[in-house]
Structures are given as C-alpha cells and as structure tokens.
Design a protein around this ligand. Structure first.
Ligand code: UT7
Length: 337
C-alpha cells in the first residue's frame, strides 16, 4: 500500500513582529533572543483565528495536490488553541472549504500534534476506512501567551500547515504490505512512533478554564501558557535522537539514507543539539525558526511545505519528521517522498 503525501500548504499571518518590537514591550533584546533561540521574527495574528489560518493552509494543500475538497473523507486538525470549545476547528474548516463528504475532528497533542494527526491519518488509511485525508497542524499561541512574560512571549508565533494524504490507487490499496503498510523502497509513509508522559505535564501547560460555577461561587478563570524552559530543552535533546534512532532501526533504514530531518521548530539550539547527537550535519536539518518562531502544531507542516515549494523534495527522498511538546508528547514519522 502506498500512502502518500500528495499536497502541502501553509499559511502564516501577514503581521511580522520583530525581536526589536518585543524589546519595546518587555525587558529583552534582539541579541538575547537570537543567541538563545535563533528567532529573529515571528508572525502574529491581528485577527485571523485558528480555523481561518487552518482553512487557508488546507486550500493551498488541496490545490498543490490537485485534490478537490469534496474528495476529502476525513479532516484531522491538530491544535491546542481552538477558537471554540465546540464546534471543533476541524468542523469549522470543513465548512469553510466545502469538504462536504468529510468527517472532521481535532487532535490535541500540542507541538507534537501534526505528527500525531499524520500518524492517525495513516492508520485510518491502512485499516481501509478512508482513502483521502486532510491533515492540518495549526496554532494561534498569541491567544494564550502572556505578553508581559519575557521568558515565553519571545518564543512563539502563529501559523498553520496542511497536507493531503492519500492511497495512490485502488489497486495499491488491495495489496497491503508489512506492519508499516509500505515496503521501504516505495513512496509513502513507512513507519511512525508516538509517545506520551503525562507525569511531566506540569513543565509546559496552559489551563483552559477552571471550574467556576454556582457551587464554587467563583467565575471560571482562563490561564496563560507557562513553561519550565530548561526541563523542556533537556527532554527534547534526549528524546528526539532516541526516537529517531528507534524509528530508523525498526524500519531498517540508516541515518545516512535520510535526506532531511524535518524537526519541530522550538529552538535553533535544540535542532543543533539533536543533529550533534545523531552526528548529522545541519545541512540535513532544515530550519525556519528565524522567520516564524515556534508555531507549535504548525511548525513541521509549514517547514515541509517550504521544502516542497522550493523544489527540495525529489521523488524517492527519505525524510524523517519528528516533534515534541506539551503532555509531554513526542512523535516521529519516516516518509519516502
Ligand atoms: O515546543 C516546545 C516549547 N518549548 C520549548 O521548546 C522551549 C525549550 N527551552 C528553551 O528553548 C530555552 O530553555 C529558553 C529559550 C526558553 C530559555 O533559554 P535558556 O538558555 O534555558 O535560558 P534560562 O531560562 O536559563 O534563562 C537565562 C537568563 C535568566 O536570567 P538569570 O536568572 O540568569 O539572571 C532569565 O531570567 O535569561 C533570562 N531571560 C531573558 N533575558 C532576556 C529569560 N528570558 C529572557 C528574555 N530576554 N526573553
């Protein structure tokens, strides 16, 4: 079975917010932000919400893949910052793009969300339930960042990325392969890993609404994003190399065979440290964090879309996508383009 990404798309808000802009708001500097994170600027929404950004990215992915919205059977949307408790952002996108035949729901796995959604899409296709799935990773973290907290507000940006995942043909669908559903030399999603450790939830969290009602006598409170940056950093630089090695070992693929490691964009130093631990040069670890900051569930698909549109992905290339985030969660996927 050839389960392929046939189209990619992304959207970031137009408004650029530079490090200098933030230095005018909190006690920080361009030098600190650049040297500690690699971020120079980020895009911040001046109105468009999570589902609006997601719909823009989705339309671009459909156009890129030559797939009509009506052909989509399932929309999986990963986000931690939906516009509403309900309806889900996925249902809002379904309405906006006219995907009238699609079931739709959200997936919450923070910055790992896109990988979790992609892996879920893949599993639905392998099991024969759906042939065409639209997978979206989107976050509008500017809604939940405390713009007075310099330790977090400099890190994040808003944005969305999307891919269309499909089975190449009905004939392919009939011949299911190994446990990964693909043999390593045909195009498609070859293998995946997901994990979670809820005991570390406190190191990166954002309360949505506390209990507040006639019994408590209090109003519900909403929270800001809070993070123990160093704990997240340590977790990421240990866990990412581990799961990438596991993914490749289980797939019988060597590190040298991978063209690009498309990693969650949280901090340039994290990507650099992962590359160092895996002993791979940074040329094989593309980054765009300098332009967008950490866009959470949006970061991996935005980067993938950039590589695709720049013509850097050739048929047969092997890619690893990997992410980590609140939960704590982590995930990876091996793809032959
Ligand atoms: O998607 C996952 C989401 N999160 C992450 O991936 C975050 C992972 N962690 C990180 O990227 C890094 O830990 C940070 C970038 C958040 C922080 O970098 P760090 O090198 O770990 O800095 P630190 O927290 O140890 O802080 C060093 C100093 C502190 O001052 P003192 O105590 O040494 O005087 C901070 O108060 O830098 C200070 N500081 C700042 N200074 C200027 C913290 N934020 C800022 C700031 N501007 N924006």
């Amino acid at each position: 079975m050839r389960i392929k990404i046939v189209g990619t798309g992304s959207y970031v808000p137009e408004r650029v917010v530079t490090n200098e802009d933030l230095a005018g708001m909190v006690d920080t500097s361009d030098e600190w932000i650049k040297s500690r994170t690699g971020i120079c600027q980020r895009r911040i929404s001046d109105g468009i919400g999570t589902s609006g950004m997601a719909a823009m990215a989705a339309r671009r992915a459909l156009a890129n893949g030559g797939v009509r919205a009506e052909e989509i059977q399932l929309i999986l949307l990963a986000t931690s910052t939906p516009d509403c408790h309900f309806p889900s952002s996925a249902c809002q996108v379904q309405r906006e793009i006219g995907a009238v035949h699609a079931a739709a729901y959200d997936i919450s796995a923070a910055c790992s969300g896109f990988i979790f959604a992609l892996n879920t899409a893949y599993s639905f296709i392998v099991s024969g339930f759906y042939n065409n799935v639209l997978v979206i990773g989107v976050d509008c973290l500017s809604k939940v960042v405390d713009w007075k907290d310099r330790s977090t507000c400099v890190l994040f940006g808003d944005g969305a990325g999307a891919v269309v995942v499909t089975v190449e043909s009905e004939a392919d669908k009939a011949v299911s392969g190994n446990k990964a559903g693909n043999s390593a030399d045909v195009p498609g999603i070859l293998h995946m890993i997901m994990g979670a450790d809820g005991t570390k939830g406190h190191v990166l969290s954002c309360e949505s609404r506390t209990v507040g009602n006639f019994l408590t006598g209090t109003e519900p409170l909403t929270g800001y994003l809070s993070m123990d940056g160093q704990e997240v950093f340590k977790f990421a630089v240990k866990k990412m190399p581990e799961i990438i090695e596991q993914l490749l070992e289980e797939s019988n693929v060597k590190l040298e065979e991978i063209k690009y490691f498309v990693l969650h964009q949280a901090n340039y130093r994290i990507s650099e440290s992962i590359a160092k631990r895996l002993k791979i040069p940074m040329e094989r670890v593309p980054v765009n964090i300098e332009k967008y900051g950490n866009t959470s569930a949006g970061s991996v698909p935005i980067l993938l879309d950039e590589l695709n549109r720049e013509g850097k992905l050739k048929d047969g290339d092997l890619l690893v996508m990997a992410g980590f985030g609140a939960g704590l969660t982590w995930g990876a996927a091996l793809i032959r383009w």
